[in-house]
Design a protein around this ligand. Structure first.
Ligand code: 13P
Ligand code: SF4
Length: 315
């Protein structure tokens, strides 16, 4: 095992030499978050990727995030420390099945969560992230015919907030699906003054008891401005690193999954990336993200539409 300080120094040296930027998601392990140039949610990652002047982008997150960075920068080289860092939502929506699905709903606008493969984005009219989903869906007429994929929990949540009736693809995130209402209520009994905060990928029975529901960035902002000191956090536990950094006196309790013997409140895909793999990725410039040109040309349109629309949004 290489010493962390030494590896961090080597990463920084390589980064400078190669003019590389390191972008990370909040669910990455702490050491990766700490060495990154930017740490953010999926929307912020897409925004930074669209603005960077670096020659190389290292995306420490999951595959669809790195694909999005590549689609926005077709001429740049984009790498991910572990190519197997996929996402259960993206996996739950294969191209052929989704192609058939949308054919059953002619004249519908296809809205896809950013947690999808590039080929699904190529079939999409507009992409959303959890930060801007409700805002973007509300730009459509109340009676507009809409399809939303792939997360049924997020889709149900958006339908309930916006009063729309989108047709939903039946996918779910294996991490957020596992949070147990029973465990949350037990925690609430133990810490009655705590606020329950949740990501909208959680099941509706969990969202019903939440005091606040938002994207990762939304949750981070909320705990900073809240006057309360204890929070029960129903999302991937990696986010607690930033929460603690920004609020050293507040207490954050991760929600355990229904089966407490596993560490399923960590996304096993996100955690495939390690500091060591990040180092090798920069050094040997692999694994690289490659996407067919035709798919990229189609997929960039709904992503750019989202970036353009969400410029006006207050986050
Ligand atoms: P955010 O858009 O909030 O970053 O969420 C991404 C994600 O994968 C949540 O599981
Ligand atoms: Fe995908 Fe869930 Fe992991 Fe987020 S937490 S990247 S939705 S598998």
């Amino acid at each position: 095992m290489v010493n962390n300080l030494k590896i961090c120094k080597s990463i920084k040296d390589l980064q400078k030499k190669k003019n590389a930027v390191i972008l990370s998601h909040y669910y990455q392990e702490n050491s990766i978050q700490d060495i990154s140039d930017y740490v953010g949610d999926s929307l912020a990652l897409a925004r930074w990727a669209s603005q960077t002047t670096a020659d190389i982008i290292i995306l420490c997150g999951v595959h669809f995030m790195a694909e999005t960075a590549k689609i926005l920068n077709p001429k740049k080289r984009v790498f991910i420390p572990d190519i197997n860092a996929n996402c259960s939502l993206a996996i739950s929506c294969p191209y052929d099945d989704f192609f058939k699905f949308i054919k059953n709903y002619p004249n519908h606008t296809v809205i896809s969560y950013v947690n999808t493969s590039a080929s699904i984005k190529a079939l999409t009219d507009i992409v959303v992230t959890s930060s801007n989903a409700c805002y973007i869906v509300e730009t459509f007429h109340k009676n507009a015919k809409l399809i939303f994929a792939p997360d049924r929990n997020l889709g149900n949540y958006i339908n309930s907030v916006t009063g729309r009736n989108m047709v939903l693809w039946d996918g779910a995130c294996h991490v957020h699906e596992q949070f147990s209402l029973e465990k949350i209520l037990e925690l609430k009994q133990k810490y009655p003054s705590a606020l329950i905060i949740a990501h909208p990928e959680c099941k509706s029975i969990v969202l019903k008891v939440a005091d606040y529901i938002s994207s990762t960035t939304g949750l981070l902002n909320y705990v900073s401005i809240s006057k309360k000191n204890i929070f029960i956090v129903a999302t991937e536990s990696g986010i607690i690193h930033k929460m603690k950094m920004n609020n050293s006196k507040k207490i954050f309790i991760p929600v355990p999954p229904s089966n407490s013997t596993c560490i399923c409140n960590e996304c096993n895909f996100m955690r495939l990336n390690t500091l060591e793999k990040l180092y090798y990725c920069l050094k040997y410039e692999t694994p690289e993200i490659t996407i067919e040109k035709e798919i990229m040309m189609k997929a960039v349109k709904p992503i750019n539409k989202m970036l353009e629309l969400s410029k006006k949004m207050k986050l």
